[in-house]
Design a protein around this ligand. Structure first.
Ligand code: DGY
Length: 321
């Protein structure tokens, strides 16, 4: 009997086709809507493998319900939606999608930094709203990017890729990470700083830390107070690394200049979200890795991981606690 794989969102048939020989697929047939929890648990109960997204909470109750499960392939590099300890206790392998999304996510992060600094969304809306009547010296004037200090918090693969982009803009690179990265120090001239020092020195503070117990609300009231008044804050990791009330407070009181956010504590957010209301904030719907090429690579990597584990081989990109 072929193993059963449950896919929690509609993905293109041509991507599944090569794998149909070895597995039977079941799928939540909607593209933009997450699978309801009760359906997920029911389907997981009969599955050997699950391909899930970050919209699913793969928690202890899920693993209890999924008696046959051998592998969960998460279509994201971040896996804070998965209880890894519970997975290990149930003997389920968990995989993620590192590397294939690094450059694409770095492109978006740097693009968001530039968009926020140079007020590009606000400027485009200015024309759309019929407000442009004259050229004026300080009309929609933003902050320079080139030559400014970038402070990267979380120097993982994506952090390094952002740092490489920053060198093209002659930006001195500051970073904070759990461990020192000698290669980025040597190759890119990056300077390691304690977090407090980085917050005080950087013109752009870029959060690329994974969400863990240690990083939850790392960017809180005290952190925003330490930043320069001219600082621009960028978050492309996970929303819960930020205390959103504290960020709102810092932005509305001009304690920092602006923020570019691709992620939020509770996603999706609506137009009524306080941060969306601010002129000095650019909000995006968690599109860091969203290029057609990269999303396809992420799906393929999930399918390959599922195939290897279900064939009894070593997964390509397993995650560990
Ligand atoms: C990830 O991979 O963790 C992103 O947030 C989604 O692409």
């Amino acid at each position: 009997m072929k193993p059963v794989i449950y896919v929690t969102r509609k993905i293109p048939e041509e991507l599944l086709q090569p794998y149909r020989e070895y597995a039977d697929f079941r799928m939540w047939e909607r593209e933009t809507e997450p699978v309801p929890r009760d359906v997920l648990l029911k389907e997981a109960a009969a599955a050997d493998g699950v391909l899930c997204l970050l919209t699913e909470q793969i928690d202890r109750a899920f693993f209890r319900a999924a008696g046959n499960l051998k592998v969960v392939a998460n279509m994201a590099v971040g896996f804070d939606n998965i209880d890894i300890e519970a997975a290990e206790e149930h003997g389920v392998v968990v995989t993620n999608t590192p590397d294939v999304l690094t450059e694409t996510t770095a492109d978006l992060t740097f693009g968001l930094l530039m968009t926020t600094a140079r007020r590009i969304v606000e400027a485009a809306d200015y024309i759309r709203d019929g407000q442009w009547e004259h050229w004026s010296p300080y009309l929609l004037a933003g902050a320079d990017v080139h030559g400014k200090k970038i402070g990267i918090v979380g120097m993982g693969r994506i952090g390094e890729a952002v740092a490489r982009r920053a060198t093209g803009f002659q930006m001195p690179i500051l970073y904070h990470n759990r461990s020192r990265k000698e290669t980025v120090e040597q190759e890119l001239g990056a300077k390691y700083l304690e977090l407090d020092e980085l917050l005080q020195e950087a013109d752009f503070v870029v959060s690329l830390v994974p969400l863990t117990n240690e990083t939850a609300r790392l960017f809180n009231k005290e952190a925003f107070r330490k930043m320069k008044k001219s600082a621009v804050f960028i978050n492309a990791s996970r929303g819960a690394t930020v205390d959103e009330d504290a960020l709102y407070d810092a932005l509305i009181n001009n304690r920092i200049r602006a923020a570019g956010l691709d992620v939020f504590e509770k996603e999706p957010i609506t137009p009524n979200h306080p941060l969306v209301q601010l002129d000095n904030t650019v909000c995006l719907p968690h599109i860091g890795s969203a290029s057609e090429e990269t999303r396809t690579k992420m799906i393929r990597l999930c399918l390959d991981n599922l195939a290897t584990v279900l064939r009894g081989e070593t997964p390509i990109t397993p995650v560990h606690k």
